[in-house]
Design a protein around this ligand. Structure first.
Ligand code: ATP
Ligand code: MG
Length: 412
């Protein structure tokens, strides 16, 4: 009775450890499986434990624990005895492998398990989801000692937990992929709105380069040729081509579908790059851009492209809001600073019509838009990006006129 109570307490401790592993990294399966396997093996005093997941080609070994010099095959065919145990959907307990029928019949993998692996007692428990076997939890002993009913029950519980963990990571991954796909589509749409400006941004350095080329030709065909001046013109050409390449690189960076990459960033750099991209758009709409970027801000950790995406959305929203103004100044203010307890603060303010009570309440909702061709996804994506960076994004009215969007990102 006393030992059973002790076992129950240990079991509960193990479950909370698993739950912690799930909470800590809901998208990362490995630590969860490792935690579950460690607990299962330890609590039922087995020497070795393993997880195999069902794939089309067979059962793939995804986690192992314990001490053994034997290295089991990474992939086991569905026709192997382990594969057949899994297909049977029920726990299989073999108290003595050496007297089992499969061993006597000379099943190659069973012979291997006993003669090379040195195992005597085995327990396998399938993981089942929606009536379908998705994997198998295996524990084994090198000594001849049957598992107790309590131990079998324990391993069955752990296999069920592992099935839940698998499902959680699968959903989390799907959700992330959907979100990333959506963000990418929104980015393409946002940049699509800038095409005219981007073309302009490219045309400038390219025409300057062409002019530089003409000039250098003239210097060279002079009699006598002026090599020094020609050289200067060629340098001018090169610099302008580099500028055009920078623009292309920046656009390419935003358009490419990349996995997120966290790095240490100076938020001011990120902002300056986006302002360069949106400059012509502002000009076209008679908008003056004023920046006040605080020097020596603490660095943040973030994904450059995602943060540029946020800035781009806020800037385009502001320009679009002001483009409808019949009169009055059209000013876009961008500034950065610090909020003591929160990190770096970025503010984007316009002198547009501002936010109505309804808009103020709903603007971060997906698909909320007041624009004839809007998707209404811009701000909801911005918010999820900022929150994924550990910060917050909010909007307020700005007196006497306009809207103010601010976000924070923790300093590193
Ligand atoms: N600076 C602003 N001034 C006034 N209203 C704004 C401003 N920014 C956003 N809004 C309001 O919030 C709504 C939602 O903005 P959001 O960026 O999410 O979508 P959208 O701009 O309408 O479409 P898109 O998906 O193309 O970005 C806008 O339709 C607009 O009504
Ligand atoms: Mg928008």
């Amino acid at each position: 009775m006393r030992t059973e109570l002790g076992e129950v307490i240990q079991h509960r401790a193990a479950i909370s450890e698993v739950l912690r592993a799930i909470a800590n990294s809901p998208h990362d399966l490995q630590p969860m499986l490792d935690t579950i396997l460690d607990s299962a093996t330890r609590l039922c005093r087995a020497e070795v434990g393993g997880f195999r997941l069902c794939e089309q080609e067979g059962l793939r070994l995804v986690a192992v624990t314990g001490h053994t010099s034997w290295s089991p095959p990474k992939l086991l065919e569905h026709s192997s005895y382990i594969g057949q145990f899994a297909a049977g959907r029920l726990p299989v307990h073999i108290p003595d492998l050496a007297t089992h029928e499969l061993y006597r019949r000379g099943d190659p993998y069973m012979l291997n398990t006993v003669n090379v692996g040195g195992f005597r007692t085995l327990l396998t428990v399938p993981m089942v989801k929606d009536e379908e076997v998705i994997g198998l939890l295996i524990v084994a002993r090198t000594r001849l000692q049957p598992f107790t009913d309590f131990e079998i029950e324990l391993v069955t519980d752990f296999a069920a937990e592992a099935a839940i963990a698998l499902e959680i990571t699968r959903r989390e991954r799907q959700y992330r992929e959907a979100q990333m796909g959506l963000a990418h589509a929104n980015r393409l749409a946002t940049i699509g709105q800038l095409t005219a400006s981007v073309a302009h941004e490219l045309k400038q350095p390219l025409s300057a380069a062409a002019m530089g080329g003409d000039a250098s030709l003239r210097w060279l065909t002079r009699d006598p040729p002026d090599i020094e001046e020609a050289q200067r013109s060629v340098e001018h050409v090169i610099n302008n081509i580099k500028r055009a390449c920078d623009v292309i690189d920046r656009i390419h960076g935003l358009v490419r579908k990349n996995a997120p990459r966290m790095e240490r960033l100076d938020i001011n750099d990120v902002i300056i790059e986006v302002i360069t991209l949106s400059q012509s758009e502002a000009l076209k709409n008679d908008v003056t851009v004023r920046t006040q970027l605080t020097d020596h801000l603490p660095r943040i950790r973030g994904d450059r492209v995602q943060l540029q995406h946020v800035m781009l959305n806020l800037i385009i929203n502001a320009i679009q809001a002001m483009s409808g103004l019949a009169d009055g100044k059209r000013e876009l203010h961008i500034n950065t600073g610090i909020i003591e307890s929160e990190g770096v603060r970025i503010a984007v303010r316009d002198s547009g019509p501002g936010l109505s009570a309804e808009t103020l309440q709903r603007l971060f909702e997906p698909f909320y838009t007041t624009k004839p061709h809007g998707m209404g996804m811009g701000l909801s994506i911005c918010r999820s990006i900022i929150e994924a960076h550990g910060g917050r994004l909010w909007a307020t009215r700005y007196a006497p006129q306009g809207a103010l969007f601010q976000f924070t990102i923790p300093a590193t």
